[in-house]
Write a protein that binds this ligand. Structure first.
Ligand code: ADP
Length: 262
């Protein structure tokens, strides 16, 4: 679904942020990208999102090249929810309004917003404003806005980096719950078959293993792929039981060693 080959990026000031990145993801896969601060994770994501044209290399989404333009079917969730939500719009309108750009009528926009807010457990908050919600709830609104779009590819850049540890665990479980789409909603021709492909950038090693089907470790600088590990942990994942499994402990240690590689 996503293919990245030979991706390198050098900023205008000559700083080489990523070098010769090779990375693929299949449809419906959740790939965690983990690495130390400054190793080029955000640069990589911005290139995939078409927000930044790489100096070299090729990125394709569903066989179509991303050439400095935002690919179809792409949604992004950033870390800083306080800046990504409009304070003057209700929760419902924050989720529904961006769908106008995709030519959806008012009824369809409202239906999708309601469905997405239900998915993230905020159906009762639709008429409130973002500033009336906790940080974790605001980030759920940002996630609902992405889900309402029914993306084929969801990019998340440190999405849970600004919330407390307990909320973070809740949001990790929420992500695992929503990645397959809403229960019983099936049959919509507009929903990408096979589910969303998700790239999740995080510096949290535990999180990368807990939510991932794969963990790609970047080391830098410049950022390069150090390892690409398959996470064979049973579903559904459980925040206590999964973390106690020997395979989880082994993977977490392996990712940790790779990240801290001198
Ligand atoms: P990460 O997300 O892993 O922390 P980034 O992709 O943000 O890493 O940054 C990778 C490297 O590129 C860092 O050294 C950073 O300082 C540098 N960098 C990021 N953005 C720019 C920019 N616009 N101009 C120059 N250097 C940049």
């Amino acid at each position: 679904m996503l293919h990245i080959t030979g991706l390198s990026h050098r900023y205008d000031d000559g700083h080489q942020a990523v070098d010769d990145i090779e990375l693929s993801a299949t449809r419906g896969e959740l790939v965690s990208i983990v690495g130390p601060s400054g190793c080029g994770k955000s640069t990589l994501l911005r290139c995939v999102a078409g927000l930044q044209r790489p100096s070299a290399g090729r990125i394709t989404v569903d066989g179509r090249a991303v050439e400095g333009a935002v690919p179809d079917g792409l949604a992004v969730v950033f870390q800083d929810y306080t800046r990504s939500l409009f304070p003057w719009l209700t929760v419902r309108d924050n989720v529904a309004l961006p769908l106008r750009r995709h030519g959806l009528g008012r009824a369809e926009r409202r239906a999708r917003a309601a469905e997405a807010l239900a998915q993230v457990g905020l159906d009762g908050q639709a008429g409130r404003y973002p500033w009336q919600l906790s940080g974790g709830m605001q980030q759920r609104v940002a996630l609902a806005r992405a889900l309402a779009y029914r993306p084929a590819l969801l990019l998340m850049d440190e999405p849970f980096g600004s919330v407390d540890a307990q909320t973070r665990e809740d949001l990790e479980d929420l992500l695992l719950a929503v990645r397959g789409g809403p229960e019983g909603a099936g049959g919509s021709a507009k929903r990408p078959p096979g589910g969303m492909t998700i790239l999740l950038v995080t510096h949290d090693i535990d999180e990368s293993v807990y939510v991932g089907d794969r963990v790609v470790v970047l080391t830098g600088a410049p950022g390069r792929v150090h390892s690409d590990l398959r996470v064979d942990l049973p579903a559904p994942r459980d925040r206590v039981a999964t973390r106690g499994l020997p395979e989880f402990v082994r993977l977490r240690a392996e990712v940790g060693r790779a990240v801290r590689r001198p």
